[in-house]
Design a binder for this molecule. Structure first.
Ligand SMILES: [Zn+2]
Length: 74
């Protein structure tokens, strides 16, 4: 069994859906997807059953932005 070293997500990692800073990396057999906190939640059911690994750093979102509620895009 190999151990992959996963780099923390940075400001240069952007959500594939909206371009916001990504806080979740979804590893698939075919590649990777990046999602912001909003789209990670919105698309959770769609990717969980195909993901090889999910790197969820949405807890950083709370640490870095306090308890400010994220505006929900319509
Ligand atoms: Zn997004």
């Amino acid at each position: 069994m190999t151990t992959l070293t996963r780099e923390p997500l940075t400001a240069t990692d952007r959500c594939d859906r909206c371009g916001s800073q990504a806080y979740v990396r979804v590893e698939l057999n075919t590649g990777e997807l990046f999602f912001c906190g909003h789209h990670a939640r919105a698309l959770h059911d769609a990717y969980t059953h195909v993901a090889v690994h999910v790197q969820d750093e949405t807890d950083r979102l709370m640490r870095e932005h306090g308890n400010i509620k994220q505006p929900v895009a319509a």
